[in-house]
Structure formats: C-alpha cells, structure tokens
Design a protein around this ligand. Structure first.
Ligand code: 9Z3
Length: 394
C-alpha cells in the first residue's frame, strides 16, 4: 500500500518495512465524467454540504457585486476514516501553514478568500498565536488596575508582542468587517471532494476572476463506503471486518488495510466544475530528483494552469513554479532564507543562489507564501486579461 501524502505509523523496530507496504498499485490516471458519477453516487455527501454551498453562493454574490476576485484556498490534511463511526483514521503531516499564510497575502492583495480547511488546522491571522510553541497565554499579561476602576482587573498583550498583535488584529478585524474571509472546515477526504466540487460550481459566476489554490495535502488512497466497517474494528476479530482479506496469514493478529486510489478529480475541476477559473495545484514530493518531472506530468495530465512543486523537507523556504504556458521552459524557483531562531548567522546568508543552473533571488526574513502569492496574483491578472481579450467578457 502506498498512501501518498498520508502515512501509517509503523513504529516497531523489528518490523519488515520493505514488505509492510504493497506498492503494486496501478498508476494514477485523471478521473473522467463516469468516474465522477460513480464516486459521487456511491459515497455519501457530508451533512454540511448544503449549508456550505448556500454560504458560498451568498459570498460569491456579494463579491461579484463589489467586482472583487475570489480565491478558493484548500488547506491542511484530509483524513481517511477506517470505520463509519470513526475511531481510527489515517492522517498526514499537514498543519495548514501554506494555506493559512497564503490566505493572509491574498487578502492583502484585494482578494476575497474562501478557506476550505481541515478542522483545527491553522487559520489566517490566529495562526500567529494558536499552534505556536508558546501557549497563547504566554502572549498576555495582567494589566495594572485602571484609574477609577481600582478593583477591576484586565488582561493585555505583553509589551514585546503588542505591536505585532495589534497589526494582526487590525487585519483580522478588517477581513471580518468587510466579509472577506469565509472559513469552511472539513475533516475527511470524502467531505473534501464533495465540498470542492460543490463550491467550485458555486463560483461559476466569477468566471475568470475565480482562482483555485489547492494547497491541501490530499490523501491518494481511501476506504470506499461499501468496504467500510460500520463500528470500531475489534482487535480480536479482524477477520470479521470487510477491510481484511480473511485468507491472509496472521488474520486475527494483524490489521491489513486494503485501500482504493482516490479518483484524481483535478481534470474534472478544470474541464467541468470551473472551466473559466484559474487553477493552481501543489505537488508534494520527498525526492528532489523527481519533483520537476512530476510537476510537468501533473500539468500534462490535468491541463490546468500552474503547478507549484515543493519538497516535504524544504517546503517552508523553497518552491518551484511550473507553468502551463510553456512547461518545458525554465521553471521559476522561489526561495527565502531558512528561519531558525537558534542560528543567527542565517540572516547573513547569500543573496543569490543557484539551482539546476537557474539563478533565483533570495529574499530574507520573509514568508515564502508572500512571494508565491505575488507570482500567482500576477499570473491570474494576466490570464483575466487574456480571457477578456479573447472572449470580450470575464
Ligand atoms: C502541498 O504541497 C503543500 O504545499 C503542503 C503544505 C501540504 C506541503 P503545510 O500545510 O504543508 O504548510 O504543512 N500541498 C499539496 C499536496 C498534495 O496532496 N498534492 C497532490 C499531489 O501531490 C495534488 S493536488 O498529488
């Protein structure tokens, strides 16, 4: 079994890792219309589907009237439940940093943001304080009693954090006041797929002003509904679970999970769900020698507009942009200096670097999402002009 961005914790040191995963899975192909019909009829829609669709429709109407561009950002990991009444699930590493950080830069660039994110992952603005190594209480202190209210205690931001916190708070309040940020949480891969499809269709009135920024770490494999155990899988009787091949050796002691590939719906998004929108996907790899090849393959397979490649190990300070206009021309590398509070000398890192013979600028003390968003917004603007020039409308 290969789980793509997902992983299973295989902790026992004596385990035979080479045989723990059966990698004989068919290579992925893009899902077509019949695959879409089959998936969305055989799996159940999440209970929040109608509510989220209605809220998205309202949001789109509002920003259409204000002539704003809208970006749908997907963020965080998708879970793969092993039981219908879920006790156990497969998950992945993503904290939602890419999505939450990018959302702030899109808002700064004047976009309205639909933030389709894994529940309890990082959120725009609150991310600065929520999953930090500091507890949020460490950012606060007790305020001295205010004149005239001698007995009234109060809480305030600690002096060393207050400038930053005030700036974050103002941006957050602005986004709330102007209704610029729609937060929609999901948990499972199934909810994610249903919601992505429904929300994309609701963005149809935006035409080319719709942007899709698919940063969520989407599981490649799942347990289809017909094979899902209803109740908690029992450790003593695995062989009663439909997840398990009863003829497998060790049945009753081992849990052998048989996962199906998740249909690759990116092509359906491009061709059918949001044919006028600009679609940007992320490609995650751990082996740098295959990253560019996989980005180009994704563009070819799904015919969307931009793939942003990143490696698990370096994703916070380096990405590569591969364009559909001319995917074989030089890819564009973006990088920022690696942040490490314990290494002050990082700040004096070289200002120019080289990767595969291509020069790229190194911007220090910034978040890589700032550069990514600048590039994506520029390309989105160019595409809107192209669409207007070609069709006379957005
Ligand atoms: C990414 O590659 C994101 O950049 C990360 C961000 C998930 C690495 P964090 O949340 O990490 O900041 O910790 N996302 C896309 C991953 C993915 O599942 N892509 C699919 C694939 O590679 C295609 S849509 O096949």
């Amino acid at each position: 079994m290969s789980v793509g961005a997902s992983s299973i914790n295989t902790a026992h040191p004596s385990q035979d890792y080479a045989n723990a995963i059966d990698r004989n899975v068919p290579s992925f192909t893009a899902a077509e219309a019949p695959d879409e019909n089959s998936y969305f009829t055989n799996n159940l829609p999440p209970p929040e589907l109608e509510e989220y669709s209605a809220r998205t429709e309202e949001f789109v109407k509002h920003h259409f009237r204000h002539q704003r561009r809208i970006v749908l950002i997907t963020s965080g990991g998708t879970t793969v439940p092993l039981e219908n009444q879920t006790v156990r699930f497969i998950d992945n590493f993503s904290a939602g940093t890419r999505g939450a950080t990018s959302a702030e830069y899109f808002l700064e660039a004047g976009y309205a943001v639909i933030f389709l994110h894994r529940q309890f992952s990082l959120l725009p603005y609150s991310r600065h304080y929520s999953h930090s190594t500091n507890c949020f209480l460490d950012f606060l202190s007790e305020a001295p009693p205010i004149d005239g209210y001698a007995k009234k205690s109060a809480v305030m931001a600690r002096a060393e954090y207050s400038d930053t916190m005030l700036s974050v708070l103002r941006k957050y309040n602005h986004a709330k006041r102007e209704n610029l940020l729609l937060l929609l949480p999901f948990t499972t891969i199934n909810s994610y797929l249903f919601l992505l499809r429904a929300l994309a269709m609701k963005m149809e009135p935006m035409g080319s002003k719709a942007l899709f920024y698919l940063a969520a770490a989407v599981s490649d494999f799942f347990v289809p509904r017909e094979r899902m155990s209803e109740h908690k899988i029992q450790s003593g009787d695995f062989n009663e679970s439909q997840l398990v091949d009863p003829s497998a050796s060790g049945v009753g002691k081992k849990l052998i999970i048989d996962l199906d590939p998740v249909p690759k719906f990116l092509k359906r998004l491009v061709e059918s769900w949001a044919p006028k929108g600009m679609i940007v996907s992320f490609k995650l790899e751990t082996d740098e020698t295959i990253l560019l090849k996989k980005c180009r393959l994704a563009l070819k397979r799904y015919s969307h507009h931009l793939v942003i490649g990143n490696l698990l190990q370096t994703r916070k300070f380096q990405v590569v942009l591969v364009d559909s206009v001319d995917p074989v021309k030089q890819p564009r590398w973006l990088t920022v200096a690696q942040r490490d509070e314990h290494k002050e000398d990082e700040k004096s890192a070289s200002n120019a670097d080289e990767k595969n013979g291509v020069k790229f600028a190194t911007k220090q003390d910034s978040e890589i999402e700032e550069q990514i968003v600048i590039e994506v917004v520029r390309r989105h603007g160019a595409r809107i002009w192209d669409v207007v020039a070609a069709t006379g409308s957005l």
